[in-house]
Structure formats: structure tokens, C-alpha cells
Ligand binder design. Structure first.
Ligand code: ADP
Ligand code: MG
Length: 398
């Protein structure tokens, strides 16, 4: 279906729910297209606050604040997937809002998400829905060892517990407060990959090529693109699945589909969807430096009703996440530690290294403080330089 709409001309206002690093990078991309950006975020000092043109410090459910945003902005988008769906629905009555409340509601809830993806005929991780202790008693033995994940409000591995067996899972379920959850089989991961797709309100799509992702302790550590592990077949299948999901949701905005490449008992590989994110994604940060149009520029174009940009990758890239651990000295053994500034000069001496820091004042372990993307003409060259940057920063090799 084609839906024309009146776009927002540069100079106009775009609104954003959420003020984290994704919001900061969105604001920068929108501003470079000439837009002004209003951010609604409960925190006054989030990464987007210092770059946006107007900041509304309010709860996501604050009706006068939402009205203010809708009055100011001809279009609103989100960087935070846990924005209450009813706030998006409210905004959509007043201005062009992407993605839709319905799409975000699916991505916010692991149970609804898995059900939806399976209904598209796409394989998900073997799992059981756990809403009661009885559900746990009935869960198949095949799901152990597993991971119990709260259905809502998890991120960066939070709200999850690795469980060896059923009694472990019972304890973990109690610890989660018996909230609705999914029990997933712990799959033997050959590796992980993701696809970021941009889809406009006219149904046009632009796809960033699949990237390989390495997670450490449930948090993205390294993204590599192109990756020798991603065979042409895997690439075709992952892109087809991401497009099918985007179309089935009638999704408008930037969507990331995270996949597992699982190794079966007989050694063969299969592609499973892990989860979807209704926004630009950490694994798409490399697009800022390595693609003609970044994922954030796509988000701004979609909100403004402009044509999608070219997602073509012009360089090989390796993105390293910079977690707060790099700021925290280990030498006194405490978890707080002493703070020190990583040696940015040593990082930036590397040809092709692009540093992105999010302006967070306080570094904590596991907190995303920034990223560095190394670009080069050839993948082996990007990897070689990225390993050297990792050594300088004290990031473990891969
Ligand atoms: P989050 O919402 O925090 O990103 P994910 O469900 O994506 O949570 O889990 C984070 C990471 O933990 C994954 O990227 C993967 O590395 C690992 N993981 C999650 N679920 C499984 C699983 N069922 N089997 C093996 N590894 C998993
Ligand atoms: Mg994830």
C-alpha cells in the first residue's frame, strides 16, 4: 500500500522519545539535514540532552509533555523501545509517529515477539512461555540448560538468568518476581549476526548488509562487516527474514533483527531469530562511518518523509564498543575502582579509526560510553587495525 504524506521540510522540528546515545546520534544526523530536534526524556543529563535543540524533561506517560512535543513537532520517533505503547498511540493522533505503537508493542514483549516472528514462518529459538510455576513444571527437558528471560523490560543481558536445570529455573523465576517470561534453550552459537532495515511510510525499504556480532557477558562487544562467516546463503536468508518481518509488521522506521547462527547436534548451521529492536541498533553504528547513509540518517529521513538514502557500504568496518570498564582501574580490586581516561591519542593514531563518545559523565562497568569504528578498504586490514586499537584500549582480542 502506498501512503503519501506531507513531509517535514528542513528547518522544521522532529521529536524524539528517549535521550540516550541512540537519541544523540539521531539528533546529530537530523540536524545535519537541517532539522531541529526536541527530545522528551525523564533524565535531564542523558547523552542527547547536550545536542538537542529543545529538551523536555518528563516521564514518557506525562500527557502535557506529550502534547507539548506533538504541538512542537510535525513528526516524532523513538530511540527507546520501552516507551509505553499508549504514549506512541497518543502522539500518533496528533502527528506522524514512527514506528507505530503496534510494532513497538510486539518488540517490547518477548512472548508476543516470538509468536509474531513464528507466525511469519521464521524460526525462533526453541522456547516455552512461562507465566506460572506450572508452566515451568511442564516445560520440555530439551530446553535445559536454558536461559530464563523476563518477557518485558530487559536489555544488555539484564532481566535474564542462565539456568542449568528445572530447579535452577524455579529459583530464577522466583527471583524475577514470577513475571511473565520465556525459557529458551541455550543454543550452541556458531556466531551471531544482525540486519538493520529502514522502511518508509510508502513501503520502500533500504537494507544494510548483515553484520557479524560478538557479545561478551550479554553485551555487544564487536561488530564486523563484511564477515567471512556470513555465507551468501546466510546473507540471503537473513535479509529475506528481516524484510518479511518488516513487511508483516507494516513497519515504518528503522528496525534491527538479531539472529543466532546455531550449530545443530550434527554440526549443520541454522538461522534463528533472537529478537527485534524497533529502532537503530548498536550493531548498526558502523553505518555512520562505513555506509553512504547511516541508520540514524535513515531514521531522520523516514520521520521527515524524505526518500530513503543509499545503504551501500563503501568500506569494510569493525566496530568496538567502549564500555565503562575501560575507564575503571582494576588495581584497587573494588568494583568502583578509580576512573582514568583511556588513551584516545593512541587510538586515533590508527588510520581509519573513528571515535564516537556519548558524553556520559560517569563510567560504570558494562555501561556503553562510546564506540570506535575502524574503516579500511579491505576486511583483513580493518581487522588488523581494530585488533591494534583493542590492544591499546585493553579490550580482549577475538
Ligand atoms: P538483550 O535484550 O539484553 O539484548 P538477548 O536476548 O539478545 O538480550 O541476549 C543477549 C545475548 O546473550 C545474545 O546476543 C547472545 O549472545 C546471548 N544469548 C541470549 N539468548 C541465548 C540463547 N538462547 N542461547 C545462547 N546464547 C544466548
Ligand atoms: Mg539482544
Amino acid at each position: 500500500m502506498t501512503r503519501d504524506r506531507l513531509g517535514v521540510a528542513p528547518g522544521g522540528w522532529l521529536g524524539l522519545l528517549g535521550g540516550g546515545q541512540l537519541g544523540r546520534m539521531f539528533a546529530m544526523a537530523a540536524q545535519s539535514l537541517g532539522y531541529r530536534v526536541a527530545v522528551l526524556d525523564p533524565a535531564r543529563d542523558g547523552p542527547a540532552a547536550s545536542v538537542c535543540d529543545e529538551h523536555i524533561a518528563a516521564d514518557y506517560l506525562d500527557a502535557p509533555a506529550l502534547e507539548n512535543l506533538a504541538l512542537h513537532c510535525a513528526a516524532v520517533t523513538t530511540e527507546f523501545e520501552n516507551v509505553p505503547a499508549q504514549s506512541l498511540a497518543f502522539l500518533a493522533e496528533h502527528c506522524f509517529t514512527t514506528p507505530s505503537a503496534e510494532s513497538v508493542a510486539v518488540a517490547q514483549d518477548r512472548i508476543a515477539e516470538k509468536r509474531f516472528i513464528a507466525s511469519c514462518g521464521i524460526a525462533v529459538v526453541p522456547h516455552a512461555v512461562i507465566e506460572s510455576v506450572d508452566d515451568l513444571a511442564r516445560a520440555s527437558d530439551d530446553l535445559f540448560p536454558g536461559i530464563l528471560k523476563a518477557s518485558r523490560l530487559g536489555y544488555d543481558g539484564k532481566g535474564q538468568a542462565r539456568v542449568a536445570d528445572r530447579s535452577d529455573a524455579e529459583r530464577a523465576f522466583a527471583k524475577l518476581g514470577h513475571v511473565a517470561a520465556v525459557l529458551e534453550r541455550r543454543v550452541d552459537l556458531a556466531f551471531e549476526l544482525s540486519v538493520v532495515v529502514a522502511r518508509g511510510s510508502d513501503g520502500a525499504t533500504a537494507i544494510f548488509a548483515p553484520a557479524e556480532n560478538l557479545h561478551r557477558e550479554g553485551i555487544l562487544a564487536v561488530t564486523t562487516v563484511p564477515s567471512p562467516s556470513i555465507t551468501p546463503t546466510l546473507e540471503t536468508d537473513a535479509v529475506a527474514a528481516a524484510l518479511r518481518i518488516a513487511h508483516a509488521l507494516d513497519y515504518v522506521g528503522v528496525l534491527c533483527v538479531e539472529f543466532f547462527v546455531a550449530r545443530d547436534a550434527n554440526g549443520s548451521l541454522s538461522l534463528l531469530v533472537n529478537e527485534i529492536a524497533p529502532r537503530p541498533h548498536n550493531s548498526g553504528h558502523y553505518t555512520i562511518d562505513a555506509c553512504v547513509t547511516s541508520q540514524f540518517a535513515q531514521q531522520a529521513r523516514i520521520a521527515a518523509g524524505l526518500p530513503l538514502g543509499d545503504p551501500r557500504r563503501h568500506s569494510a568496518a569493525v566496530m568496538l564498543n567502549l564500555l565503562g570498564d575501560l575507564w575503571v582501574r582494576d588495581d584497587d580490586g573494588s568494583d568502583e575502582g578509580r576512573q582514568r581516561e583511556p588513551d584516545w591519542c593512541a587510538v586515533l593514531k590508527h588510520a581509519g579509526a573513528n571515535l564516537h563518545l556519548y558524553g556520559k559523565r560517569e563510567a560504570r562497568r558494562g555501561r556503553k560510553m562510546g564506540h570506535v569504528t575502524i574503516v579500511a578498504d579491505r576486511p583483513d586490514e580493518a581487522k588488523r587495525i581494530a585488533l591494534s586499537v583493542a590492544d591499546v584500549l585493553g579490550i580482549a582480542r577475538w
